[in-house]
Design a protein around this ligand. Structure first.
Ligand code: PLP
Length: 397
C-alpha cells in the first residue's frame, strides 16, 4: 500500500504545543470533498469517520458552504443579547421535527447534556437529585456529562464525580426498575451506544424507561448526539425505537461541521429555564445556525435516509459475511453506524492498516473498529473500504 506521511516537523510542533489529549493518526488533512479527504501530499482517503459523525453531510457540501459564506459575509455572531433570524429558524426546525417544544442552544454535545441536567434539576427540584444512566454510555467530558458517562476508566483520574448518578446495564430492564426511587429525576440514555462500539440498547429497556418515567414523572432524556440527523436511517433514532423522549440532546452533525449543541424539550418543559438560568456567549450564533439549518435540511431528505438504510444494510451484510468466515468475531450496525469486534486486541493495527490503504476508521477499544462514513458516501467508496478491510484483517498477525 501507499503509506501515509506526516511531516516530522509538524508532528514535533504538535507535540510541543498541544496537550496530548488525543492519540492522532499520522496524517495531516488539508482538504475534503464529499466522503474524500486529502493529505498534505495530495493523497486521497475515504473518510469513514465523518469527524465522529460530525460531517454527516460530507465535506464541502455546496449548500452548507453557500450558507456559511453568505452568513459570514453579513453577520457571524452577536451573543444572545439580540435577536438573529438563523437561530430562530433552526430552533423552529428542530422543534417542528421532534418534540414540539422549545430549544436551547449551546456549543457541543457535552454542553447539551449539561443543559439537560440543569433543566431537570430545576424542573424536579432538590429532593429528586438522582439521575440514572447506562453502563458503557458516553455523554461527554465536562463534569456533569462525565458523571453520566458509564465508563469508569474515563472517570477515574477526575474523582470525585458529581454525585447522584446511578448506572444500569443496557439490557437490564429489571435493574433499571430497581434503580428507580422517589429521588429519581431523570433517565439519560442513547438509543445506540456509539463510543463503546455501536451497541444498541435493548428495546425492552427503552420501553421500560419510558413507562417508568411516565409513572413517576421522571424526565426521559435521549442523547441523540451521535445517532441523530439520519445517521441510523430515521431523522432521530428514537423514532424507530417506539418511544419519545421528554428532552433530546443534539450536537455533532447538527452544525454541518461547525460547533453547536442543542436540547429540545416537550412543551411542558419549555419554560423551565428563565432569563438568567443558563446561557453561553457563543451559543446559537447566526453563522453556526445558518450552517446548521442548511445541514439539517440536507440530512432530513427521505432520499438520503433511504440511501443510509440501503448502504448500511449492504455494509452490515458484508461485515456479517466476514464474521461468518471468521475474519471478525462480531459485526454490528444501524444505518451507517457500524462496527466489528476482532477476535484479538488488534484494533489499533487494523486502523493503521486501513490508513495505509487510504481509509479513515477508528478503534473504540482494543478489539473494536468503528465506521461512521458521511451519509453521502458513494457505494464504490464503501465497497472499496469493505474490500480493504478484508485485506487488512487477513494480513493481521
Ligand atoms: N453524547 C454522545 C452520544 C456522544 O457520542 C458524544 C461524543 O462523542 C458526546 C455526547 C459528547 O459530545 P462533544 O464531544 O461534542 O462534547
Amino acid at each position: 500500500g501507499r503509506g501515509p506521511v506526516i511531516d516530522e516537523e509538524l508532528a514535533r510542533r504538535a507535540g510541543a504545543a498541544l496537550m496530548p489529549t488525543y492519540a492522532r493518526q499520522p496524517v495531516e488533512l488539508v482538504r475534503g470533498e464529499g466522503a474524500a479527504v486529502y493529505d498534505a501530499g495530495g493523497r486521497r482517503y475515504v473518510d469513514c469517520m465523518a469527524g465522529i459523525s460530525m460531517n454527516n453531510v460530507g465535506h464541502g457540501h455546496p449548500e452548507v458552504v453557500a450558507a456559511i459564506a453568505d452568513q459570514a459575509g453579513r453577520l457571524i455572531n452577536t451573543s444572545n443579547l439580540y435577536y438573529t433570524e438563523p437561530q430562530i429558524a433552526l430552533a423552529e426546525w428542530i422543534r417542528d421535527n421532534s418534540l414540539g417544544g422549545r430549544v436551547y442552544f449551546c456549543n457541543s454535545g457535552a454542553e447539551a447534556n449539561e443543559a439537560a441536567l440543569k433543566l431537570v434539576r430545576k424542573a424536579r427540584g432538590p429532593a429528586r437529585g438522582e439521575v440514572i444512566a447506562l453502563t458503557d454510555g458516553f455523554h461527554g467530558r465536562t463534569f456533569g456529562a462525565l458523571a453520566l458517562t458509564g465508563q469508569p476508566g474515563k472517570q477515574e483520574p477526575f474523582r470525585p464525580m458529581l454525585s447522584g448518578v446511578r448506572h444500569v446495564d443496557r439490557d437490564d430492564p429489571e435493574g433499571l426498575e430497581e434503580a428507580f426511587s422517589e429521588r429519581t429525576a431523570a433517565v439519560v440514555l442513547e438509543i445506540v451506544q456509539g463510543e463503546v462500539g455501536v451497541r444498541p440498547v435493548s428495546p425492552e429497556l427503552l420501553r421500560r424507561a419510558r413507562a417508568l418515567c411516565d409513572r413517576t414523572g421522571a424526565v426521559l432524556i435521549i442523547d441523540e448526539i451521535q445517532t441523530g440527523l439520519s445517521r441510523t436511517g430515521p431523522l432521530f433514532a428514537y423514532r424507530e425505537a417506539g418511544i419519545e423522549p421528554d428532552v433530546m440532546c443534539l450536537a455533532k452533525s447538527l452544525g454541518g461541521g461547525l460547533p453547536i449543541g442543542a436540547i429540545v424539550a416537550r412543551p411542558e418543559l419549555s419554560e423551565v429555564f428563565q432569563p438568567g438560568d443558563h446561557g453561553s456567549t457563543f451559543a446559537g450564533g447566526a453563522l453556526v445556525c445558518a450552517a446548521g439549518l442548511a445541514a439539517a435540511r440536507v440530512l432530513a431528505s427521505p432520499e438520503l435516509q433511504d440511501r443510509v438504510r440501503a448502504l448500511g444494510a449492504h455494509a452490515l451484510a458484508e461485515l456479517e459475511r466476514m464474521a461468518a468466515e471468521g475474519l471478525v468475531a462480531e459485526a454490528r450496525g444501524r444505518g451507517l453506524m457500524l462496527a466489528v469486534d476482532l477476535a484479538r486486541p488488534r484494533a489499533a493495527a487494523a486502523v493503521d492498516g486501513m490508513l495505509a490503504e487510504g481509509f479513515l476508521v477508528n478503534a473504540t477499544s482494543q478489539r473494536t473498529v468503528r465506521f461512521l462514513p458521511p451519509l453521502v458516501i458513494e457505494r464504490e467508496d464503501l465497497d472499496a473500504m469493505l474490500a480493504a478491510l478484508r485485506r487488512v484483517l487477513a494480513a493481521l498477525d
